[in-house]
Design a protein around this ligand. Structure first.
Ligand code: CP3
Length: 354
């Protein structure tokens, strides 16, 4: 395989010296880009876009043509795994994801298929292979999965949720059913991510979007425990190269020490925690990714640059920082503002890597 021309992102995750702080944006491919909307229209619907390797590759590369990003992220979705397990994923216009057959009982859990990554999920691996070929070693490709807890919220609630009453009812009245589900999901995610690594992703990230709705004890029990199992089950090197693992729990700032204990390489931060205090707590053990409020991209170019400068200064000298938004880019952000953000990270960060 070709050597990487720009490996800042991988080096920063491994806390190795870099010339500038690397930057990418969560949800960097998506509806805030007119060229994404055009391809999405051509595909017909979101899942057809995910299932078409050439189109998935095209939308993965779109943000890289506009912005000087240091990584590409596979275009897919976290809900491909529950879909492949048999729940029937569909998207209703303007309402977000839905499952035709949500999990209600132990029997539903027992009936789940353990997906074969080169079977039911082969379309994802085909997208990875196509993207790796087309990237031509310019920047690394990030693979990802949802965390078991976050996937389970969608599988039990039947879609997006605000209060998570169904899954919490199960957690507190029939915990053994939920643990059986989380266990199955962990095994599926390990297979899925290891297959992405074999297909060509150069780093992996777990999105635990909803871990932060749990109490500290329940976070450990229902979310972190399973992410730790996944970290332990992943290929950490492939073809002689380290494959860094990033864990992102939105609203997880109070648990950084326990997250670092999983043995992950990096922790993704949302914007509710100060970068300097995160670094003081766990910066000797892991790299940190983040952490600008995505809504800052609505601000003026000057305000965006000021915020970038503040976060860079908060992290301070030396490697171990991957700049990112604290969550996905909003769909009505002007693309020009994203460019201001990315360029500011590179321009303002060189002084921290002398
Ligand atoms: O980051 C990237 O650019 C890579 C692609 C990516 C998508 N989803 C594409 C997508 C990634 C990494 C995800 C992760 C994802 N999906 C998460 C975890 C991260 C997070 O944002 O918290 C979650 C919770 C999901 C579930 C999901 N999929 C939701 C809530 C939605 C939005 C539904 C809507 O209509 O707004 C999706 C669909 C989705 N996934 C879109 C994209 C670009 C929009 C679909 C479209 O084009 O209509």
């Amino acid at each position: 395989m070709t050597e990487l021309k720009n490996d800042r992102y991988i080096r920063a995750l491994l806390k190795q010296p870099v010339d500038k702080t690397p930057v990418w944006m969560m949800r960097q491919a998506g509806r805030y880009l007119p060229e994404y909307k055009a391809v999405r229209k051509q595909a017909g619907d979101f899942m057809s876009l995910c299932r078409n390797a050439d189109l998935a590759c095209e939308v993965t590369l779109q943000p890289l043509r506009r912005f000087d990003l240091d990584a590409a992220i596979l275009f897919s979705d976290i809900l491909t795994v529950p879909d492949a397990m048999g729940l029937g994923l569909y998207f209703e216009e303007g309402e977000g994801p839905k499952f035709a057959r949500p999990i209600r009982s132990k029997r539903d859990v027992d009936n789940l298929i353990m997906p074969d990554p080169e079977g039911e999920l082969q379309y994802v691996m085909n997208a990875v292979r196509t993207i790796r070929r087309e990237l031509k070693g310019e920047v690394p490709l990030i693979g990802f999965s949802g965390s078991p807890w976050t996937l389970a919220t969608y599988m039990i609630e039947g879609g997006s949720s605000k209060a998570f009453t169904k899954i919490k009812k199960m957690a507190f009245s029939e915990p053994q059913i939920l643990h059986a589900l989380l266990d199955k999901l962990s095994d599926s995610v390990i297979d899925y991510l290891n297959a992405q690594i074999s297909a060509g992703v150069q780093s992996v990230m777990l999105f635990d979007t909803w871990g932060g709705v749990l109490s500290p004890r329940d976070y450990q029990d229902f979310s972190l425990q399973y992410m730790a199992k996944i970290v332990a089950g992943l290929k950490r090197t492939y073809e002689g190269k380290k494959i860094p693992v990033t864990l992102f729990t939105k609203n997880g700032g109070q648990w950084l020490e326990s997250i670092a204990d999983t043995g992950c390489d990096a922790i993704g931060l949302d914007w509710t925690i100060d970068m300097a205090s995160a670094k003081a707590r766990v910066g000797s053990r892991v790299a940190l990714q983040g952490n600008m409020d995505p809504s800052m991209l609505y601000a003026s170019p000057q305000r965006i640059s000021e915020e970038v400068a503040t976060i860079l200064q908060s992290f301070g000298q030396g490697p171990g920082h991957v700049f990112n938004l604290g969550h996905g880019i909003h769909l009505d952000v002007p693309p020009e503002n994203a460019k201001v953000f990315v360029d500011a990270v590179h321009e303002l960060s060189a002084q921290y890597h002398l």
